[in-house]
Design a protein around this ligand. Structure first.
Ligand SMILES: NC(=O)c1ccc[n+]([C@@H]2O[C@H](COP(=O)([O-])OP(=O)(O)OC[C@H]3O[C@@H](n4cnc5c(N)ncnc54)[C@H](O)[C@@H]3O)[C@@H](O)[C@H]2O)c1
Length: 382
């Protein structure tokens, strides 16, 4: 079967630039039935030496040092945005106006207002789009979605999620610049709320439906840090930690916590859902496993069971090795590429679209506003 080429233009060659490129490179080998095939047409970063080295290492055909030149090229079908958050809106809006498909990293935007402008631009242009909330595409998380959707849990009472890290405890970690732009509010928009809780919120909305209102607290433990751009001590504008509770539209209660000050935790993303009949829980550190408890089991054998999500009839796993053998973090990106390519065949959106990711932005905004105002905020106010 001769495949149609999807010519990728990637902007940003850091952590996500690598994970996405790996996804583009592997997808056609492992998802041979797809009718589209990604081609690594061009990659962009601001420094020639860096972008040349990346193109050489990963196999891009050409390079650009200005994203505007990449967006203007006729030989690019899809623009992939892997830059810090402050560049998402500008690149996405320009790419939409140029009629390109867009794959944008999360969070969609720094602010809700920026996100709205992006959604307007993309919907006006009518271009295919997706936002890389990749955890949805880990097989155990997708299986959780199938279990919840099947109704096995019954009425849902509780949704609980954490995303814990410890890499900013040292007061000498600077803000701004390569690697530490996440501590600079101008580049990031917010701290753990937009960076980490956005993942938890996306998964939660996907699994358990809309969040209606929130009550949050945030804290900035280290109030000043050296800014890499100026070399000066400057006020820190991001939230270092955030805890919020909420109601979901289905009547359940949510409890979310994220911090970069949980000593010992590097990327502990966990969620647990408790229903009337059954519960599920998942932990990124053991990402192939889903834990399940069903109260309807015979009482003498009733207990939490660990499902090793590696069998051919479990999500995505027929594409990989043989039952029992694990896959990893990087496969969530291969799966998102595969789902995006499939969406081009079916005409169905590749979820989450920009419009869907805007719902996560609304919750993030409500969380930050609630913390600032020390009061509950309704998400539909936004
Ligand atoms: N889906 C996920 O799980 C996940 C994980 C990490 C990061 N992210 C998101 O991905 C995005 C990038 O994060 P990262 O960890 O890869 O950051 P990074 O700092 O590792 O890489 C960012 C890259 O963007 C480049 N860049 C910055 N400004 C640019 C410009 N004007 N033109 C061209 N290139 C520019 C930098 O040089 C760098 O190569 C962020 O929005 C982040 O929130 C998502």
């Amino acid at each position: 079967m001769s495949k149609k080429e999807l010519r990728i233009g990637l902007v940003g060659v850091g952590f996500m630039g690598r994970t996405h490129t790996n996804g583009y490179k592997r997808v056609s080998d492992f998802f041979p039935d797809l009718q589209n095939r990604p081609v690594l047409k061009a990659v962009c970063s601001r420094t020639a030496a860096t972008v040349n080295a990346f193109a050489e290492q990963w196999g891009y055909e050409s390079v650009e040092t200005d994203w505007k030149s990449l967006v203007a090229r006729d030989d690019i079908d899809a623009v992939d945005i892997c830059t810090p958050n402050n560049m998402h809106a500008e690149i996405a809006i320009a790419a939409a106006e140029a009629g390109k498909m867009i794959l944008c990293e999360k969070p969609l935007s720094r602010t809700l207002e920026e996100g709205r402008q992006m959604v307007d631009a993309i919907e006006k242009a009518g271009v295919n789009n997706t936002v890389w909330y990749n955890y949805r595409r880990l097989p155990a998380v997708t299986l959780a979605k199938q279990i919840v959707a099947s109704g096995k849990l019954g009425r849902i009472f509780h949704y609980r999620a954490n995303f814990l890290q410890d890499w900013t405890i040292n007061a000498n970690v600077p803000q701004g610049g390569q690697g530490t732009w996440r501590l600079d509010v101008d580049a990031a928009g917010s701290g753990v709320t937009g960076d980490l809780l956005a993942h938890c919120i996306d998964t939660a909305i996907w699994l358990n439906g809309s969040i209606t209102d929130v009550s949050a607290v945030t804290e900035t433990f280290i109030k000043e840090r050296v800014h890499q751009a100026t070399g000066e001590m400057q006020k820190v504008g991001i939230d270092d930690a955030c805890i919020f509770h909420c109601h979901f539209d289905n009547g359940s209660l949510g409890l979310f916590e994220s911090t970069r000050y949980a000593r010992g935790h590097k990327a502990l993303y966990t969620f647990e859902i408790n229903g009337e009949h059954a519960s599920v829980r998942w932990d990124l550190h053991d990402l192939n496993k889903l834990e399940y408890f069903d109260h309807r089991d015979e009482s003498i054998v009733r207990g939490w069971r660990t499902i090793h999500v590696t069998d051919g009839d479990q999500p995505y796993m027929d594409k990989w090795w043989v039952p029992g053998l694990s896959i990893g973090y990087e496969h969530s990106f291969v799966h998102q590429v595969a789902d995006f390519l499939k969406s081009l065949e079916t005409g169905e959106p590749c979820s989450p679209t920009f419009r869907e990711a805007l719902e996560t932005q609304k919750v993030c905004q409500a969380v930050l506003d609630s913390a600032a105002a020390k009061s509950w905020k309704g998400v539909n106010e936004y």
